[in-house]
Design a binder for this molecule. Structure first.
Ligand SMILES: NC(=O)c1ccc[n+]([C@@H]2O[C@H](COP(=O)([O-])OP(=O)(O)OC[C@H]3O[C@@H](n4cnc5c(N)ncnc54)[C@H](O)[C@@H]3O)[C@@H](O)[C@H]2O)c1
Length: 223
């Protein structure tokens, strides 16, 4: 089984969560084996693509039978590194931050938001689900005392760069940035920006193409 996901193409990594959702459904229905063709049909992919993706996990299928569902789930989870829960701190306990902190589903992806920080004193001492909210001034001490590598950024865009630099100065290795701001940080820091506007732009474009009856099947980025 693959021990890390270095070298795995990003589109494959992006497809893995969809495989997982499907496979977990099959597992819950009591299905033991699944073929690449079946996965491909469900997800609108080509079987050869599915086989290539699965080969990145190191799992081998049996000819004409396919893959063992639970083994494939374990292999994908392991390849994604989701079997080791990763602690994260959240900065910005506003509308979006609260929703992220309260979302229990992240734990099945191996992400656990353990504490939130905000400059608004009315939020200090509150809990977002199980996640306590602390003053931003406590961030450094918290990170010194707790082994946390990821920061989730949900502050207004104008604050994002300054807060990100603070996180980096405290030793954070990766930032999941929800603020609409391109952060300028040292290359050793991994930054992933998530923007619903981007997804919506893709959705709108696909709707327009669909309406123009363009064939979407050969699109590289269907995900
Ligand atoms: N990625 C997306 O798709 C998406 C979706 C919605 C919102 N957003 C972005 O997320 C961010 C938060 O949006 P929101 O609707 O939750 O806003 P919000 O105003 O409800 O929350 C922002 C929070 O950040 C806190 N804050 C401000 N400056 C801070 C600082 N320097 N340090 C720590 N905390 C600070 C505020 O006190 C507040 O609690 C914005 O940048 C918004 O544009 C992104």
């Amino acid at each position: 089984m693959a021990t890390d996901n270095r070298g795995i193409p990003i589109p494959t990594i992006k497809r893995f969560p969809s495989y997982l959702r499907l496979l977990k459904g099959y597992r819950d229905e009591g299905m033991e084996m699944v073929s690449a063709t079946m996965l491909a049909d469900e997800l609108g992919l080509k079987p050869i693509q599915v086989r290539k993706d699965i080969s990145c996990t190191g799992i081998e299928g049996k000819p004409k039978v396919g893959f063992t569902v639970v083994k494939l789930i374990d292999a994908i989870v392991h390849t994604l590194g989701w079997d080791n829960a990763t602690d994260a701190v959240l900065i910005g306990a506003g509308h979006l931050g609260s929703a992220l902190a309260r979302y229990e589903g992240f734990e099945s992806y191996g992400l656990k938001i353990v504490a939130a920080f905000d400059i608004d004193q009315q939020k200090w001492g509150a809990k977002l689900g199980d996640v306590p909210v602390y003053p931003l001034t406590h961030l450094q001490q918290y990170l010194e005392e707790n082994h946390v590598n990821i920061g989730v950024l949900a502050v207004p865009a104008v604050q994002a760069q300054e807060v990100a630099e603070k996180l980096v100065a405290c030793g954070i290795l990766a930032i999941w940035n929800f603020a609409p701001k391109d952060l300028k940080l040292p290359p050793r820091v991994v930054v992933q920006r998530t923007d619903l506007a981007t997804s919506f732009a893709v959705l709108s474009a696909k709707v327009k193409r669909k309406m123009a009856k363009e064939d979407l099947l050969d699109e590289d980025d269907e995900w």
